[in-house]
Design a protein around this ligand. Sequence first.
Ligand SMILES: [Zn+2]
Length: 217
Amino acid sequence: MLRALANAALSILSPPRCAACDAALGRDAALCAGCLSTLEPPPPLPPGTSASFAYGGALAEAVRATKFGPRPERLRALQRLVIERVREAHGFEPARGGVALVAPVPLHPARLRERGFDQAAILAQAVAAALARPCDVALLARRIDTPHVASLDAPGRAKAVKGAFVLRDPGRARHAGTVLLVDDVRTTGATLEAAAGPLRAAGLEVRAHVLAATAID
Ligand SMILES: [Zn+2]
């Protein structure tokens, strides 16, 4: 009862808004109808990698907007969107080979301090809940900051992120089996590959799911 009242009070204080264009929404949803209509299914991706949608349009706007203004309702909207297609891609598997643990592609500590939140970690938590698997937001650490990676071409990106990630505590991952890495956007796949490196070196299988993916050139 108290919780219902508190939720009602919250929704009056912050009525649902479209995560992309900020339009007020009449109902609790991630995006307005106009923005929703710009969402496209994901492009073909390498085996083991899936995405909820193609990168672009309103989704690109929502991802950008969230990075610069992490309002709780925007993050919730992205959490709703990131679980699209994740069960089909990674949920219904025999125990052997199925996803055992969900982990985000981590931010560098300097970036986390600057931004105040970790978008991939927030998305990973939603994916873990959708798959009913545990989420370990501290499985990997990012030791090399790559703030300007977006301006690089594919080989440049791969070089910039090589060795950027380490397994924080190898003992923690020992029994994990298959790890599902989660990130907000996949462009060339270089970052996901770099993050998968230390996990594979520890003998783990790695898959990936992202909110939005750009087509492979
Ligand atoms: Zn909108």
